[in-house]
Design a protein. Structure first.
Length: 201
């Protein structure tokens, strides 16, 4: 597994193109994201956030998709493959997380790097019993390369303005209390900002 500094360096060089640092907290006066359990050492915070790449990827029906299509939602962008054992292990927890928080504005975008595309992914999802997870395709790894992905699974957190705010390389139990607290922090972040702006006005 790549260490936090190495993951940040990958994002710096291949995504941002700007100065970016991994920070233990966030901007002064702003509550830091809750990092507990496996997220304490494995989750890399990106402060300031940077725009997510615009590369096109596919859906199971053959449509073209961009991350900008999910603007206004918190996105967990998960790169995975059917041949990746840690990916397979975490997929059910991602599916449960999506079911739990879909009405709160969460979109889990699980992008398969399988070269066989939908013909491989669809039967796999059926066999694993995935019902709520958004499954997408990047068989030529175009989006994965834009994000600097060097190992699977890798998950990026993207805010409501389509900016990368954090990343984790390796598998996680995404419906654990620690994961729920982290995701809910980002889900509530815009609401807190809107309330603060309204109070100033």
């Amino acid at each position: 597994m790549i260490q936090k500094k190495a993951l940040t360096a990958v994002v710096v060089s291949l995504v941002a193109g700007v100065l970016l640092t991994a920070a233990p907290g966030s901007a002064p006066g702003k509550e830091a994201p809750p990092l507990a359990g496996e997220f304490t050492h494995n989750f890399t915070l990106l402060d300031p956030p940077v725009p997510a790449p615009l590369e096109v990827f596919g859906d199971l029906a053959g449509g073209r998709v961009r991350l900008a299509d999910f603007a206004g939602q918190i996105v967990l962008l998960n790169f995975w493959a059917t041949w990746c054992a840690p990916c397979v292990r975490e997929m059910p927890s991602l599916d449960r997380l999506q079911a739990k928080l879909v009405d709160d504005g969460l979109a889990i975008v699980a992008v398969s790097l399988d070269r066989g595309g939908a013909g491989v992914v669809e039967p796999f999802a059926e066999q694993l019993g995935l019902k709520d997870l958004g499954l997408y395709l990047d068989p030529k790894s175009i989006l994965a390369k834009a994000f600097g992905v060097t190992g699977l699974p890798t998950t990026f957190v993207i805010d409501r303005d389509s900016r990368i705010v954090g990343a984790l390389q390796g598998s996680a139990e995404w419906d654990s209390p620690e994961a729920l607290a982290l995701v809910r922090y980002y889900l509530a972040e815009r609401l807190q900002t809107d309330k603060q702006n309204a109070a100033k006005n």
